[in-house]
Design a protein around this ligand. Sequence first.
Ligand code: GDP
Length: 232
Amino acid sequence: MASRRSGSTARGVTMTNPDTHSAEDVEAGRLLFTRAWTFSRGSPGLDHLPPDDRPEVAFAGRSNVGKSTLINALVGQHALARASNTPGRTQELNFFTEPDAGLYLVDMPGYGFAEAPKDKVAAWNRTLRAYLAGRRTLLRVFLLIDARHGPKSVDDEIMKLLDGAAVSYQAVLTKADKISRTDLERVTERTIAALAKHPAAYPHVIVTSAETGAGFEDLRATIAKLLTSQNA
Ligand code: GDP
């Protein structure tokens, strides 16, 4: 199995995809996500994680960033991931799978709710840290950032945590349809600049809109390619 850290570099973060997808990658991505993905289990702590018997990719981001919407759009289902996460809701790592896909999709609890009690935040940070540091099958974390706001200090903290765990991660802008093209270019540049300071960040930002479907071909092909490289 190749290292989960493959592909991570801080240099030359660009809007242009460094590994432009071939028609085969795009098709593999499409096929991977036309499968019937289902909820496998929710894990409130590390003792409830499923066995690390297959690769996984995880999705992280501030509460309300559009994570549930993105996961649902990724798999072409309306209700796989919970449509809304409310403050104080049980903080779980949710695992989705499909029998033949050989992959877990992991929905990480949203962070950054100002209203969340401090002890819950501390507990979540501990779980997150331990999961990231110990999950050898974790191929990549997709770090979702709201295109309307760009990276916030709380995102920066997560990036530092990911750097510390040496987990490859890639930024995904969400809700691109909500802002003008000019603002989108500006926020993408700002995201790129923020990522360039982080050693484990993957050098390509995926810009998505669940509303228009923009960026999902890229995201699906990226995941399919990660999976193929693991199985090679
Ligand atoms: P989560 O807390 O990160 O899981 O966020 P949700 O998926 O519940 O999304 C938060 C809000 O943003 C909801 O009202 C979604 O409908 C909206 N949203 C999410 N993605 C998009 C998008 O790509 N475009 C638009 N216009 N709205 C979005």
